[in-house]
Design a binder for this molecule. Structure first.
Ligand SMILES: Cc1cc2nc3c(=O)[nH]c(=O)nc-3n(C[C@H](O)[C@H](O)[C@H](O)COP(=O)(O)OP(=O)(O)OC[C@H]3O[C@@H](n4cnc5c(N)ncnc54)[C@H](O)[C@@H]3O)c2cc1C
Length: 463
């Protein structure tokens, strides 16, 4: 695969444009009203010049199911006409015998795969493909290269960076039908999975064998492992267990043109040669389409203790985070919620969440319930919260975790046009980051909310 084919946004789209003799200029967003007529001819890409808005669709901003994720970002979908000489009909004729009704270009399906959970404007692609196995993905990639069509891999569409948002001439390769656990080997601590498998389903399958799949993005009920690999996703448990990169042992990837590549290993140790699998982790679908992954699993701790700690300010809560580590406790969850985040999520909580201007969701784990509880006592002694509530059972613990997971969507429900940033700093700089974000927001006359992975030094600053 020639490196000149790489695209910052989608698999082989630049290659496709070059082969088709069209512009490689990036797609520019339409104006706030969505009217292309308001743009001068020189501002438009060729696709915009030939296209027109055929439909605008109002969508939900709260749910992140596969079907509605496309709608969660911009809340509408732009339909553009095809540029002249687009080889879609030839492409369809070549693939229909294999894909049948898993190749579609009707507006209903195109609207569902037009966007993700980011602010990137949803754009209906030329077609949608739902391959079932690696041979179909390989065929699609081969025909796409021959005809100069750009492909955009798609998992569940919960991405927050617009990575799976297509351009009008692109074709979306939706791998959500490839969603099986192919092997689970408890003694060897790994599972071989297809890319469309939902994150939580791997954790549940592992749980049946006393194991756990640690990376737990807040979207874990819907995001796919292929998407997690492509974005190197992390979650609250990353503070102790790390992000997706640490759990990808091996990959099967379909490259530009259809070649099927296997990289990595299927055992704990594998140090010979260059580590190729990590290259694909975090590559946002620019290097190929992941069609199979060997994922590391770990023994599930037998004891878990979850608690909610209240503080007078986010700065006080984040300073407590540093004291926890200095006391020698490594929590498996250390999440911060500030006042606006707590207020946004309160209507949706199913437990008596105490009033506070800042809170930490903390969790410890160990070989036994006693060891998890003992660590929690040490943690609380170091954190010195104004008040604390330890979850009395697994149900209460899950209610606390769910509260944290709902922050993003409940803030979005209140502020549909909020801007959400993802900022990582050394943990000791957290109080300074929080103060600076507040100061800048106030200076700009905006409201700010900060929440997220305090333990990782990674906060979501929302304006
Ligand atoms: C409410 C909410 C909470 C979230 N919380 C977190 C969080 O805590 N941590 C976090 O890291 N993220 C979080 N996210 C962002 C998002 O869920 C993750 O980035 C997730 O990994 C995306 O998975 P997906 O299946 O939805 O991928 P998609 O959105 O479908 O795609 C994301 C990128 O991966 C590429 N891709 C997808 N499948 C493949 C494949 N098989 N091969 C190659 N490339 C592929 C796409 O082209 C695109 O570039 C959150 C999102 C929401 C909506």
């Amino acid at each position: 695969m020639a490196m000149t084919w790489r695209s910052p946004r989608c698999f082989c789209s630049i290659a496709a444009r070059r082969l088709a003799g069209r512009s490689t200029a990036p797609r520019r967003g339409l104006s706030a009203t969505g009217s292309i007529a308001e743009k001068s001819r020189s501002e438009c890409t060729p696709h915009q010049l030939y296209g027109q808005i055929a439909a605008v669709k109002a969508c939900s901003t709260t749910a992140f199911s596969r079907q509605s994720a496309a709608a969660a970002g911009a809340g509408r979908v732009i339909f553009m006409g095809m540029p002249p000489n687009h080889p879609l009909e030839t492409f369809k004729a070549r693939l229909l015998p294999t894909l049948g009704d898993r190749l579609r270009d009707d507006p209903e399906i195109l609207a569902q795969v037009a966007g993700d959970a980011s602010h990137v404007e949803a754009q209906a692609p030329a077609a949608w493909l739902g391959p079932r196995d690696v041979s179909e993905v390989s065929l699609i990639a081969r025909v796409a290269l021959e005809l100069g069509i750009g492909l955009v891999p798609r998992g569940s569409g919960t991405g927050k960076a617009g990575g799976c948002v297509p351009r009008a001439a692109d074709v979306v390769v939706d791998v959500s039908r490839m969603n099986k656990v192919l092997q689970l080997r408890p003694d060897d601590l790994y599972a071989v999975v297809q890319p469309g498998l939902v994150n939580q389903q791997l954790d549940q399958a592992a749980g049946e064998h006393g194991l756990m799949y640690p990376p737990d993005p807040a979207s874990w009920e819907s995001c796919s492992l292929g998407g997690n690999i492509a974005t190197n996703a992390g979650g609250p448990r990353a503070v102790k267990y790390g992000v997706t990169q640490a759990y990808v042992w091996g990959l099967q990837v379909v490259l530009v043109g259809g070649e099927v590549l296997r990289v990595g290993r299927q055992c704990i140790k594998g140090v010979a040669g260059l580590a190729m699998a990590p290259l694909f982790v975090g590559s946002e679908g620019t290097l190929g389409i992941v069609t199979e992954a060997t994922m590391h699993l770990v023994p599930a701790p037998r004891g878990v203790c979850t608690a909610w700690l209240c503080f007078a300010s986010p700065e006080a809560a984040s300073a407590a985070g540093s004291r926890i580590f200095r006391a020698g406790v490594v929590p498996r969850m250390l999440e911060l919620l500030d006042d606006p985040a707590l207020r946004a999520v309160r209507p949706y909580v199913s437990w008596p969440m105490p009033q506070a201007t800042a809170a930490l969701l903390v969790e410890t784990d160990g070989c036994t319930e006693e060891s998890a509880m003992q660590q929690m006592q040490q943690l609380c002694a170091a954190a010195q919260p104004d008040s604390s509530q330890v979850a009395p059972n697994a149900q209460a613990a899950e209610a606390m975790r769910r509260t944290r997971r709902l922050v993003s969507s409940s803030l979005k429900h209140l502020f549909p046009f909020k801007i959400s940033d993802d900022i990582a700093v050394p943990r000791s700089q957290m109080p300074a980051l929080l103060l600076e974000a507040q100061a800048q927001a106030q200076a700009a006359g905006l409201q700010a909310s900060a929440y997220g992975h305090l333990g990782d030094g990674n906060l979501h600053i929302n304006l």
